[in-house]
Design a protein. Sequence first.
Length: 201
Amino acid sequence: MFTRLLARLLVLSWMLVYSAAEAASPPMLTVEYSAHRRIETDQGVIEGSVAAAPGMERSEMRMGSMSSSVMIMRNDRKVGYMVMPAQRMYLEVDLAQAAQRSGTVAQDQLDLEAAGSETVSGLATTKYKFVTKDRSTGGFVWYSDEGIPVKMDVLSKYGSDKSRTTVTLHDVRIGEQDRTTFDVPAGFARMPSGGLFGMKR
C-alpha cells in the first residue's frame, strides 16, 4: 500500500516537472542532495529519506515496525525499481505505464501556475498550484531554485471519497551522492511480473 502511494507521488512529481505548461513548470533539478522525508496521510505518518541527482532519485520509507521499502526512480532510463531489502528482491517498473495504471493523469491534463514565494524547511521556494482538468486531484508544490521539491500538498477525490497527502523534506543537504545509491544492490533477485502497476516483464 505505502509503496504504491510513494510511487504515485514520485510519478506525479516527475510529471509536474515535465508538464506541458512550459512557462509555469517548476525548475529542473540542477543539484544533488539528500534529505529526511515526512509523508502525512489519512492513514498515518510515514518517515523516510531521499537522495537525488538530476534524472535519479532514491526514496526509502518506514512506518512503525514495518520493514523499510525503497523506490528508485531513473528518469534517465524511464524506469523505476521497487526494492525490498528484507527479501533481497526488486520489481522493475515502467514509468509511463506506472503513470497510467496508478491513476496519474497525462501531462497535458494538468493545469499549473506559479502562486508566490515562500520559505520552506529553511529553503527559498516558489509555490505552484496545480489541478487536473477533471478536477479529481489538485494542490500545491514548492520547488527551490535548484529544482528540489521541498514540499507537496495533494488533495484527491475518488468518487465520494477524499484524501489528503502532504510530503515535506527536512534537513536538506546539497552535495554529491554515491551513484550506487541509484542502482539495485548486487545480488538482489528480480521478481516475476504480477499485479503491481507498470511492472516490466
